[in-house]
Write a protein that binds this ligand. Structure first.
Ligand code: DGL
Length: 270
């Protein structure tokens, strides 16, 4: 019984970490497509093909349920996968919806019509591909009315994080926040719409100021997965061991992952 966690690289480890803390007995198989990271500057067809290949690899590990711990894949590929590609006995879930449900104060799976919510001005920080997809605004419109979303494509941040260059990542975060705040001076909430960004969450909060509530995904996704597995226990697949797989160089990726999460992680070649 294993659940798969997929990301273009290392960012999804922030989600995996939160899931492992909440569901310690659940075997998790992580796949980072480090060979092709970043996804955020690719086109939608490319992201779709790479994501499908990654998900198929996780099926081979006995994961019938795969979490796309990647907003870019969730935004650019998930709908198409669910509509035209996924066999009936498999499920793929994205990381957008739990965050939008938290923002709109809904319980998981509440499909009632959209309604007014407290927060009116929302800043979205994400990769260029996620921003271009407008998937966040589409999902939000199913649940809430009257919310103004200003989206900032945060070019370069994922690369800086993958390179382990914290100083550059923080400088880029500050300049992206400043750019957004020139267009929306007083956001009430900010969405970190990329699973890499929790690694620089403090930089976002500093640049935004303490009055802005920052929504970050890992805990929200973990809570929502726990709830989902209670409702669909049959979707825990046949795999029994936790593994970390990468399409990149396992030694290099293990080193970076250990540096990010601050505990040893050993990746194997996918
Ligand atoms: N961490 C991913 C996301 O949540 C992808 C970043 C990238 O590959 O550009 O969007």
């Amino acid at each position: 019984m294993a659940v798969g966690v997929f990301d273009s690289g290392l960012g999804g480890l922030t989600v995996l970490d939160a899931i492992a803390a909440r569901l310690p007995d659940l075997p998790l198989v992580y796949l980072g497509d480090n060979k092709h990271t970043p996804y955020g500057v690719r086109d939608a067809d490319d992201i779709f093909n790479l994501t499908c290949a990654g998900v198929e690899r996780l099926w081979a590990e006995g994961c019938d349920l795969v979490i796309l711990a990647c907003n870019t894949a969730s935004a650019a590929a998930l709908k198409r996968m669910q509509e035209s590609w996924l066999p009936p006995n498999k499920r793929v879930l994205g990381v957008f919806v739990p965050m939008i449900e938290a923002l709109t104060e809904r319980r998981w799976g509440d499909n009632s019509p959209p309604r007014e919510v407290e927060v009116k001005h929302v800043a979205l920080f994400a990769t260029p591909a996620t921003v271009a997809s407008r998937a966040f605004q589409r999902e939000l419109a199913f649940r809430a009315i009257g919310v103004d979303v200003e989206a900032q494509p945060c070019g370069g941040v994922v690369d800086a994080i993958e390179m382990g260059d914290e100083i550059l990542a923080e400088a880029l975060v500050t300049s992206h926040v400043e750019a957004l705040m020139r267009r929306m001076p007083r956001p009430e909430a900010a969405i970190l719409g990329c699973t890499h960004y929790p690694l620089v969450q403090a930089a976002f909060q500093n640049a935004l100021g303490e009055n802005v509530k920052v929504y970050s995904q890992p805990n929200l996704v973990a809570e929502s997965l726990e709830d989902y597995l209670k409702r669909h226990p049959e979707l825990v697949g046949s795999g029994t061991v936790s593994r970390f797989l990468t399409t990149g160089d396992p030694v290099r990726v293990s080193g970076k992952a250990t540096q990010f999460l601050r505990y040893p992680i050993k990746f194997e070649a996918a």
